[in-house]
Ligand binder design. Structure first.
Ligand SMILES: CC(=O)N[C@H]1[C@@H](OP(=O)(O)O)O[C@H](CO)[C@@H](O)[C@@H]1O
Ligand SMILES: [Mg+2]
Length: 563
């Protein structure tokens, strides 16, 4: 096609697709903490436009694969959403979010066309060429998933030269992993993903010290699959996880229950009660809970047969376990009889948000670890973690992972080769090097992944010979309370210092300070949610009664000031 014809074709396609997916009146989409989310039945225009956006992103990045995930994570089953993964498997670069918002809210076909043409011109995106973009798509088990997949495909196909590849029904982290792998030129199918997880898990178990493993009861694990895709995938692979005896509840099977309803990681972490599908017979057994798209993981144990209380191990304690394990391996490697040529220089960093329990931060700092804070949302945490050789990040709600720098991986590889060539594969140092290399393969470095996180937790518990109880006892959580306040306009609240302080309205911060000063170990902050139409209030104090009371009084101020 001649250049002019290509341009005409590009215009025609954009106008046609925008005409097929008009924006319903009164709808306003915002790319929020984790993409666009709303009632699934209203999402098609936003998802179609996310398709256009993803294809443009791929053209901009010279045809590197970009991902689209259709999911609303832990939200109720009627909701759905869409988010875009960049070529490295992480979240879409934040400087494209204003364009994402503008595109999703373009009021009519002509406005949409002009917006795309202008943006392409400003960003230097060459439109109209052949084979210019590839977009991988995945969706969770929601009933609106197939319908929204079609909307996304139509959006992608509206960009001339773009190719859509439907990867099927997947966990969110699987799709992120596939995008990352494809762009690194390694095999990127679902079976490659499972092979990597299962293979590295098995090899980690082979490195468990002989006096630690072997306890049959410790192998028993019950997993709450939130009636979502995580349970389905775990059922598929659990027979191959030889060191573990897993049973899946809320597995997503027909008739077992509703997605995220009274179950799943968000429910367990926020409500702190036994999820649906568990019985008094499960008291004392180690349990894990995934969210609806399996990118969050928390652990718990039923405390007693007579009520529904649980002992919770949240993202902060998973992070602490990972940090201890990694630090221990680095210490073993570097404590090698002073052979400087065989040591590693690795900067280990921990990234948390203001929602991290204060006791976890104190614990990590007491180990001498560097702990930094970012605003809420994986896009911030992940980016910060990449600044270290090993960056570990977790949100308290269980979303997190570990990222390893390329440089550290090559240092580890050459150290392992060197030790192997000296017939030192039985040495403690070699085994520690291998544990780190295997952990870097087991953990999903693209994004937080409940399945890979769960396998790393299980491998570490076996390595340390720890029960759930020993893990729980790492430190005691400070009592905390989270509340949601509905206000007229949540965007009135502006925060600073990684969301720990309100800068506007300034009178609100003064009130928070005044209330907090009344409590021993009091800590409190408020911020507008990026996924729900609410203001969130978080409070911590020495007792539960005090944490509740601090949260309540601050919530009251928010209500009074913002209406
Ligand atoms: C307090 C809390 O749990 N906030 C969650 C929630 O964001 P909000 O912006 O707070 O609505 O959803 C995000 C996406 O899943 C997750 O990253 C974040 O941690
Ligand atoms: Mg999720």
């Amino acid at each position: 096609m001649a250049a002019n014809q290509e341009e005409q074709e590009q215009r025609r396609r954009l106008l046609a697709v925008a005409t097929r997916f008009p924006l319903p009146s009164g709808c306003r989409f915002s790319y929020g903490t984790a993409g666009f989310r709303a009632d699934g039945a209203t999402m098609a225009p936003a998802v179609c436009r996310a398709g256009i956006l993803a294809a443009l992103r791929s053209v901009k990045l010279a045809g590197a694969a970009v991902g689209i995930v259709i999911t609303a994570s832990h939200n109720p089953v009627g909701d759905n959403g869409v988010k875009i993964a960049d070529p490295d498997g992480g979240m879409m670069a934040q400087h494209w979010e204003p364009f994402a918002d503008a595109l999703a809210n373009a009021p009519d076909p002509d406005a949409l066309l002009q917006l795309v043409l202008q943006f392409a011109k400003d960003e230097g995106i060459p439109l109209g060429g052949q084979d210019t973009a590839q977009v991988l798509l995945g969706r969770d088990t929601r009933p609106t998933g197939a319908y929204l997949l079609d909307a996304a495909l139509q959006g992608i196909n509206a960009i001339v030269g773009a190719r859509a590849i439907d990867m099927g029904i997947l966990t969110t982290p699987q799709l992120h992993w596939m995008v990352r792998s494809k762009n690194r030129g390694v095999k990127a199918s679902e079976s490659d993903y499972f092979m990597q997880l299962i293979g590295s898990f098995r090899r980690m178990l082979e490195l468990v010290p002989k006096d630690k493993g072997g306890d049959e009861a410790a192998k028993k694990l019950i997993v709450d699959g939130a009636n979502g895709i995580g349970g389905v995938k775990l059922e598929q692979i659990k027979a191959e996880l030889s060191g573990l005896d897993i049973s899946v509840r809320n597995s997503g099977k027909e008739g077992e229950g509703i997605l995220n309803h009274m179950c799943g990681a968000d429910f367990v972490q926020k409500e702190r009660v036994t999820p649906h599908g568990f019985s008094p017979e499960d008291v004392g057994v180690r349990c894990a809970s995934l969210d609806g798209d399996a990118d969050r993981l928390v652990y718990f144990r039923l405390s007693s047969a007579s009520d529904n209380r649980i002992d919770l191990v949240d993202g902060d304690k998973i992070l602490s376990l990972f940090a201890l394990f990694i630090r221990e391996q680095l210490d073993i490697i570097n404590n090698n009889g002073g052979q400087a040529n065989k040591s590693l220089s690795a900067r280990l960093g921990i990234v948390q948000t203001a929602y991290a329990n204060g006791a976890s931060t104190q614990f990590l700092k007491s180990l001498g670890l560097e702990v930094v804070f970012t605003p809420t949302g994986v896009k911030y945490l992940h980016k910060r973690a990449l600044e270290y050789d090993i960056g570990i990040y977790f949100e308290a709600n269980g979303h997190g992972t570990v990222v390893f720098s390329e440089d550290l991986i090559s240092q580890l590889e050459s150290l392992s080769n060197e030790l192997a060539s000296q017939a030192a594969t039985g040495s403690a140092q070699y085994r520690a090097v291998m544990r780190l290399l295997l952990a870097s393969q087991l953990i999903n470095q693209a994004v937080g992944d409940a399945l890979s996180g769960l396998l790393l937790v299980e491998a570490i518990l076996q390595y340390k010979g720890w029960s759930f109880q020993s893990w729980c006892e790492l430190y005691s959580d400070l009592p905390s309370r989270q509340l949601k306040v509905k206000v007229k306009d949540q965007s009135v609240i502006v925060t600073t210092d990684a969301e720990t302080k309100v800068s506007q309205p300034s009178s609100l911060q003064e009130l928070i300070d005044k209330e907090t000063a009344n409590y021993t170990n009091g800590r409190c902050f408020v911020r507008p949610s990026g996924t729900e139409d609410v203001v969130r209030v978080y409070a911590e104090a020495s007792t539960q009664v005090e944490a509740d009371s601090l949260a309540k009084s601050v919530a009251h101020h928010v209500e009074r000031l913002l209406g």
